[in-house]
Design a protein around this ligand. Structure first.
Ligand SMILES: Cc1cc2nc3c(=O)[nH]c(=O)nc-3n(C[C@H](O)[C@H](O)[C@H](O)COP(=O)(O)O)c2cc1C
Ligand code: SF4
Ligand code: SF4
Length: 369
């Protein structure tokens, strides 16, 4: 039921491991495949590897900032790593990154020769200044993609950035250049925090933000691409459990990638997501995941299309013995008060904004249309 065909690649399930240090060499990739990954994307391979800076990862319990740029294994070293990676079976996608089309095509042909099943072009690293510019530049993405597509037989995926003014234009450029699919999103330019005692930022330079907090941005990017460009999409960003994977699929993704959750919890994070997804599909008696792909897009309107609901939309008064009062403080329209054991919503003052329905820890309040 989970078997997935993505860009012609036969995968056991649609849950992939994203590019990052958890897929930095053959052994690491094998571990991820063993944990059940439908496919693994290698850490980005480049032609000018540098030594790692220290420290390069900061984490605050919710999101992570990283300034690790790419693989520290030279391209020729990947011949052996790919042999190890593929020795236990499984789908391995080579992530590559470069500054020029010819350099990128060179890396792609090498990784094809070394046994990669597909190529993912990373044009979206927020730390590599010129790539950050490229990620917003449809013409450059077109040229880079076209050069790779015309030099390899493998399916080519272009990994997009949320740090762009028009992600649809970039996705269209990738499609017009012959890409088989796009993946979105890469990390987002960030500074995780500043130590106010020392005045030091979390890491020595701007980094890429990842993990749970970026999921809403990833979801919006995937939905935007799905609504505007007819191309298979792999959803990435902040997936921590199977529900998050389903959110991406319901917004139009055919498969998803997981990064930070694997970094924090190890390859078992993938096993958990895959098991959870399988159980959910069984419970719902959904034979094939493609049945729910894009389901949420039907409920996603443009702002102009939203019907202005009648003024009668109000929150409903409810009995409540709790002493929390969160809803009373949160209502910016001063519509909520408490009398005895009853939360009372003044129908004249309530404008139906919806905040109290989300903020009540007991989910007591509802809107009535
Ligand atoms: C430490 C770290 C290193 C990463 N390295 C790469 C990389 O080499 N190439 C790439 O395309 N993306 C890289 N990424 C981005 C991830 O593949 C992914 O797009 C991003 O982290 C969002 O997904 P997540 O929230 O599940 O982590 C890296 C992310 C992290 C946290
Ligand atoms: S829906 Fe908005 S305006 Fe109405 S009671 Fe709740 S918070 Fe106040
Ligand atoms: S937020 Fe919910 S639990 Fe708290 S007082 Fe309001 S209705 Fe009661």
């Amino acid at each position: 039921m989970m078997k997935t065909e993505f860009l012609g690649l036969r995968m056991e399930n649609p849950i992939m491991a994203a590019a990052g240090p958890w897929s930095r060499d053959g052994e690491s990739i094998r571990r991820l495949i063993k944990a059940g990954a439908g496919a693994v994307v290698t850490e980005s391979v480049v032609s000018d590897t540098l030594l790692d800076v220290r420290p390069r990862i900061a984490y605050d319990g919710m999101g992570a900032q990283n300034i690790r740029l790419y693989s520290d294994i030279q391209i020729e070293g990947w011949e052996r790593e790919m042999e190890i990676a593929k020795s236990g079976g499984g789908v391995v996608i080579a992530s590559i990154s470069a500054h020029t089309p010819s350099e990128l095509a060179y890396l792609a042909t090498k990784m094809e020769k070394f046994g990669a099943d597909a190529i993912e072009i990373s044009v979206s690293n927020p730390m590599w200044e010129s790539l950050e510019v490229m990620a917003s530049h449809p013409e450059t993405v077109f040229e880079m993609t076209k050069e790779v597509v015309s030099n390899v037989k493998l399916p080519v995926i272009v990994k997009l950035s949320q740090n762009t003014t028009n992600i649809s234009a970039v996705a269209k450029a990738a499609k017009n250049a012959g890409a088989s699919g796009v993946s979105a999103i890469n990390t987002i330019r960030c500074i995780l925090s500043v130590d106010i005692e020392t005045g030091k930022p979390s890491l020595a330079t701007y980094g890429g933000y990842s993990g749970g907090p970026i999921r809403p941005l990833g979801l919006a990017s995937v939905a935007t691409i799905a609504q505007t460009v007819d191309i298979p999409i792999c959803g990435i960003g902040g997936i921590t459990d199977y529900r998050n994977a389903l959110e991406y699929i319901m917004l139009g993704a055919s498969a998803v990638q997981v990064g930070t959750a694997v970094m924090i919890n190890g390859p078992e994070a993938l096993t958990k997501i895959i098991t959870g997804l399988n159980q959910w599909l069984e419970e719902k008696k959904i034979g094939n995941i493609s049945r729910i792909k894009g389901k949420a897009l039907r409920n996603l309107k443009s702002f102009d299309e939203i019907k202005i609901e009648p003024a009668t939309s109000t929150a409903i008064s409810v009995p409540c013995t709790a002493d929390c009062g969160i809803c009373i403080h949160a209502c910016m329209y001063h519509a909520i008060s408490k009398k005895d054991d009853q939360i009372c919503v003044d129908q004249e003052l309530c404008t139906g904004c919806g905040l109290c329905t989300c903020i009540c820890p007991a989910k007591k309040l509802k809107l009535d249309w």
